[in-house]
Design a protein around this ligand. Structure first.
Ligand code: DC
Length: 226
């Protein structure tokens, strides 16, 4: 449950808008804990990839997901994810786990279990929670709600450069189309669709550099914390 002394900042927004970069920088500057809810859903996808047959039975889903635990890293402040007490963060970004995460994130019982884990993150001085439904569904009571967006063209350019810098053989048109498809499915899905939360500050990162965005959010934090 939200403790009145924990300041919560939610960062919802489109894919590739810069949510992760902004969240990490804010968590460092404010010494707040950081929850990347996408990573948490990926851990449910990882569990599903290990034992797909168990996901037909709700009790088994709950039992398997109860073996997922989180712990905040003392250097980065980011919640790391453990399955049966083994850290699994590095196993969550394969194509297979991405697909499995997309499947299980549509199961209401999985979202219910994730909700409980996400609520456990409210502790200490503050929490930065990023994802698609942080300000709308998970922490509607947050002290500061942000919705981060940028033009599709600039998001595709950023993603393309990022993948190229990792040595991947990418084609700009494919990156653009895949983000466009992701936008459509994120905003049109029936369960927890991507929406601008009530009372959220909309931050357009199209023409802003990460440092300028973080400074803008730190100003909002200073205004709202008193
Ligand atoms: O942001 P990401 O690619 O790491 O998210 C992984 C998957 O989890 C993606 O299929 C969307 C889903 N997800 C969700 O349903 N709700 C969230 N709050 C975060 C992610």
């Amino acid at each position: 449950m939200k403790s009145s002394s924990t300041y919560i900042i939610t960062i919802d927004g489109t894919s590739g808008s810069g949510k992760t970069t902004i969240s990490k920088s804010l968590a460092k500057k404010l010494s707040f804990n950081l929850l990347d809810s996408g990573k948490l859903y990926r851990s449910a996808g990882f569990v599903y990839s290990l034992s797909k047959e168990s996901f037909s039975d709700m009790n088994s889903i709950k039992e398997l997901i109860s073996k997922i635990t989180i712990l905040s890293n003392t250097d980065s402040n980011e919640y790391e994810i453990f399955f049966e007490n083994n850290k699994i963060d590095h196993l969550l970004y394969s194509e297979e786990v991405s697909e499995c995460a997309s499947i299980v994130s549509k199961i209401p019982e999985v979202r219910e279990c994730m909700m409980k884990i996400q609520k456990q993150c409210v502790r200490g001085k503050g929490l930065i929670a990023n994802g698609r439904d942080m300000g709308t569904e998970v922490f509607p009571e947050a002290n500061l709600k942000l919705y981060v967006d940028a033009s599709l063209d600039i998001r595709a350019k950023r993603r393309y450069e990022e993948l190229k810098s990792k040595g991947e053989n990418v084609n700009f048109e494919n990156v653009y189309k895949s983000l466009q498809k992701r936008d459509e499915s994120d905003t049109n899905r029936s369960i927890s669709p991507l929406r601008v939360p009530n009372n959220a500050e909309i931050i357009d990162t199209t023409d802003l550099k990460p440092n300028a965005i973080v400074d803008k959010i730190l100003n909002l934090y200073t205004i709202t914390k008193n």
